[in-house]
Ligand binder design. Structure first.
Ligand code: NDP
Ligand code: 8X3
Length: 246
């Protein structure tokens, strides 16, 4: 049985990827906080699957799930650290300290917990995908802490690869640009009009686009490691520097 574990499998990239990997013959372990969404997903999957209502910020819960995986599910080939979020996009001085803490706890600490907890289950070789973002490479107004967490993901992934030298474990950071998922609704705390405005009039990536990139990389020969991959829609590019007074 080929096994893939995905965090944040209840929506967006994680949900698309769970379905795509299932189609590719993987048995999926799907984790997220919303159990009912995972149950809907499980009903659609053709291969055996496991679902866990798991908050990646809950260190003990993450390690409990890893420790108690049924024996036949303990040989994970693909680990996707996808659970994550942005909260708010106000300027740093106006932004909410509690939002900062949730982003750091989820995007950095949660990713570290799941990596540390599930790594022993990749001992026979595999691939770890960490979801970064273009926000981790380029600043934009209001990206401060979110971008910082994604910059962490990129550098952590590189150093993890160093530390895993000698094991057959690939590590890849996927850094998407604009993609329509629940991301903006979460960021703007349910303000659907503000979330929709992010995507109005432009051609964004779909969750399937990103899931396909991940599946294609996973299918590469096992000695080929994509370290870091930015993926943007053709419609998205850079706006350059801003100058006071101009
Ligand atoms: P969605 O909001 O659609 O999905 C986010 C997923 O993460 C959900 O399944 C959510 O599940 C889960 N999640 C959030 N917090 C937690 C938590 N504390 N514990 C467990 N699961 C959690 O967004 P995307 O699919 O777009 O985002 C996936 C990843 O991609 C994120 O890391 C995001 O930062 C990144 N990204 C997104 C981009 C975009 O434009 N959409 C671009 C670049 C990167 P639940 O609420 O059920 O827990
Ligand atoms: C999500 C992409 O540009 O909204 O990480 O930060 S962006």
């Amino acid at each position: 049985m080929k096994i893939a574990l995905i965090t944040g499998a209840s929506s967006g990239f994680g949900l698309s990827l769970a379905k795509m990997l299932d189609n590719a013959g993987f048995a999926v372990i799907a984790c997220a906080r919303r159990l009912e969404k995972l149950q809907e997903l499980q009903a659609e999957l053709k291969n055996p699957s496991l679902i866990y209502a798991l908050d990646v910020r809950d260190k003990n819960a993450v390690f409990e799930v890893a420790k108690n995986l049924p024996k036949q599910w303990q040989n994970i080939e693909i680990l996707v650290n996808n659970a994550g979020l942005a909260l708010g996009q106000e300027s740093f001085e106006n932004a909410d300290l509690e939002d900062f803490e949730i982003m750091i706890d989820t995007n950095i600490k949660g990713l570290l917990y799941t990596t540390k907890a599930f790594l022993p289950h990749l001992e026979r070789g595999g691939i770890i995908f960490n979801l970064g973002s273009v926000a981790g490479a380029y600043p934009y107004p209001g990206s401060h802490v979110y971008g910082g967490t994604k910059a962490f993901v990129r550098l952590f992934s590189h150093t993890l690869r160093n530390d895993l030298k000698g094991k057959d474990i690939r590590v890849t950071t996927i850094a998407p640009g604009i993609a329509k998922t629940e991301f903006s609704e979460v960021r703007f705390k349910g303000d659907k009009a503000r979330a929709d405005a992010v995507y109005d009039g432009t051609k964004y990536l779909s969750a399937n686009d990103v899931a396909k990139v991940i599946c294609d990389i996973a299918a590469l020969p096992k000695h080929v490691n994509i370290n870091y991959l930015e993926v943007m829609p053709v419609s998205q590019s850079w706006a350059g520097f801003a100058f006071e007074g101009k």
